[in-house]
Write a protein that binds this ligand. Structure first.
Ligand SMILES: [Zn+2]
Length: 290
């Protein structure tokens, strides 16, 4: 997962136009009639804006779904019903709410479905003011919704920092460091086979190159200065790729490869620990933000 910056006040036009439909949904809920939620949230400009903001990458797994499949407009808070809460009608009032819409691949969307566990107080119905829906409280950062304390992470939250919640390992897996991290991995199935294979390949490719340079150095075919230059080149080329290619898949994972280079790569080469640690320290010193 990566942090996404979305301005909740700039709502796509087509979505603004269907806000009034919420009144119909609410009336039917109040009258205990069957509710059908339309698909305004899938209009062209909504999809276009989400594609741009998310750089065509799934909010949860960072896969580009357009390569092999299609993507879906995901309701962060489920619009129709909530798993394990049969009496809850779902967050019907957020069906067309811009701050509730994320970009998700089909696989994450299907896994997440109607699940929305929280540790705080569940909001059960639409907020009102003088008997009318209070749209000012529909936003994801409104106090009542924040007080639900959701366990599924939202990449659009102001304070979202993936490093706080996730670690990675050499097998391409994500490891939850917090309850929210663990729950998000579990619910969206972020360690599914195909994802681990793709993420592990990034690590394996780097290991392959490092192994070549390390062998050349051990066999005295290259000198320390050359080893240094080549290993730094590997690190810089990964860093540049992440910075320049906004559509690059699994960016969080690739950033972690750089910040955990000692654990993932140096630890594998105890015979060259001193040299590799020195190279990595120099790299880190020049790239303090990593
Ligand atoms: Zn996904």
């Amino acid at each position: 997962m990566k942090k996404i910056i979305k301005d909740y006040s700039i709502v796509p036009e087509q979505l603004q136009k269907c806000q009034f439909k919420i009144n119909t949904i609410i009336s039917r809920i109040v009258e205990k009639r069957k509710v059908k939620i339309g698909n305004c949230y899938k209009k062209k400009d909504v999809k276009q804006k989400l594609s741009e903001l998310y750089n065509n990458k799934c909010a949860f797994c960072e896969t580009d779904p357009t390569v092999s499949s299609y993507w879906e407009v995901e309701h962060y808070r489920p619009k129709g019903k909530i798993d394990k809460e049969p009496k809850h009608k779902g967050y019907y009032w957020l069906a067309y709410e811009w701050s509730n819409l994320l970009y998700a691949c089909k696989k994450c969307n299907i896994k997440k479905a109607t699940k929305f566990p929280i540790t705080g107080i569940r909001v059960k119905k639409h907020p009102e003011i003088s008997g009318k829906p209070d749209f000012s409280k529909f936003k994801a950062n409104s106090i009542d919704l924040e007080n639900e304390k959701p366990l599924i992470l939202n990449p659009e939250k102001d304070d979202f920092n993936p490093s706080k919640h996730f670690q990675i390992n050499k097998d391409g897996e994500m490891i939850g460091l917090t309850e929210k991290g663990v729950t998000t991995i579990e619910i969206c199935d972020l360690n599914r086979f195909d994802l681990c294979v793709k993420r592990k390949k990034v690590i394996d490719d780097i290991n392959f190159i490092i192994d070549i340079y390390v062998s050349l150095y051990i066999d005295k075919e290259i000198k320390k200065a050359s080893l240094k230059e080549k290993i730094k080149k590997v690190l810089y080329s990964l860093k540049n790729k992440i910075e320049k290619d906004k559509k690059l898949e699994y960016t969080f994972f690739q950033e972690k490869i750089i910040s955990d280079f000692d654990k993932l790569f140096i630890a594998r080469k105890p015979e060259l620990k001193e040299e590799l640690t020195e190279i990595y320290s120099e790299f880190k010193h020049k790239n303090k933000t990593l």
